[in-house]
Write a protein that binds this ligand. Sequence first.
Ligand code: BG6
Length: 481
Amino acid sequence: MTQALVLLGATGDLARRMLWPSLLHLDADGLLPKALGLIGVARHDETEASFKASLEAALSGREGVDNGVIARFMGRIRYLPCDVTKPEGAVALAKAMGPVEQLTYFFALSPSLYAAACTNLKAAGLIVDSTRLVLEKPIGRDLASSKAINAAVAAVAKEEQIFRIDHYLGKETVQNLIALRFANTLFEPLWTNRTIDHVQITIAETEGIGDRWPYYDEYGALRDMVQNHMLQLLCLVAMEPPSDLDPDAVRSEKVKVLRSLRPFTQASAQQHSVRGQYMAGNVGGKPVTAYLDEVGRATGTETFVALRCEIDNWRWAGVPFFLRTGKRMAERRTQIVIQFKPVPHSIFQGAGSQDLSPNRLVIDLQPDEDISLSLMNKRPGLDHGGMRLQNMPLSLSLASSYGGENGRRRIAYERLLLDVFRGDRTLFVRRDEVEQAWTFVDGLEKAWLEAQMTPKPYLAGSWGPSGAFGLTERSGRQWLD
Ligand code: BG6
């Protein structure tokens, strides 16, 4: 075999829901390297035939995929039951796999197993200079454990061989944010504390934790969402223009933002952060149970976080970045709001003046992909006593702008897997970036402990604890709900 992707954790949730379907769609679109073999590795002692039969059943019926494509795709796959966290498992894998010229591993395992797997694969001769390692988040649970994982991986591979996934970076609209900022002259001069009042980043989900609680209860919303997805979005909004799209140029700018984030103290955490945990309630008209009941015991893990962050640099001094994320919220919504300042002086008198509202750029990532800029407009018609003004959106919806060309909404992993095969690390997270994000998160976690801030209950199906509203309202601002 000349080229292979080895999927460690081939029967797990991530592989089933995201990785196999993404690979299938890439194959359907002719984007997988021709000679690429796909090797599923897991501890399940099942035969290749039964693994492939259940995979094929799970993959059939996907949009744009016919039987011919499925047959070709299944032809690429082998299944090898091995436990690479044990030295003998890696030796068995080497024997069963035979020689491969270009190997890529996707670690869809619990991160606590990364170090052992790396050491054993290296000892079995299965990691060489050309090997690529794709690591799924979370890289650690705090800075110390993250450093330990990164060090174990660095002992077997160079940083250029390592692809740390944050699947948000594979989302179409997240990449579009880079285009919006750096392919238009319009926004960049306005992208500062002189014209921007504040920024909001929301990732709201309607799902609860369900079966994932053994993982989630150890991490909570801060480590599961803020440390990675939310801080990545914040970085892309706040970073300086990179010199080009070279992976290190982009990533160095993101690290600079993370380094400029003002650390939380006990006092600022009390004032500028909110932790919540959902109680029973109603989501989409259906009754749902409390987080505590899903876990089955008392737990102090948060399922909601809201923060007022400050970025201490010239561009952003004095511009709050409001972040919030939660499970079992009123609706599914991932959104970035850039709220501009009001005009410095209104020339509109009477009724028109009351209608005047500051411009706002809203970037919707989910469920719709849309960029919308609100502008003030004169309402047509004849009025007594001055002009009537109206806030009108200028909207760029991906669905309506690109229609069929935009086609099926891609799984974020498709973009990322393609970039792994191309060896492009721009949309992957560098070691110092992960560690800097953990430094910020550890600081907040410590501040919560010192301030004894336990999660406040909120009703499932709401927008979180009341404190989250206070966070913005205290400075006369409001979440865009
Ligand atoms: C994952 C988190 O990284 O992202 C999950 O572990 C979360 O808890 C998911 O639900 C959200 O991803 P998306 O793409 O559905 O917004």
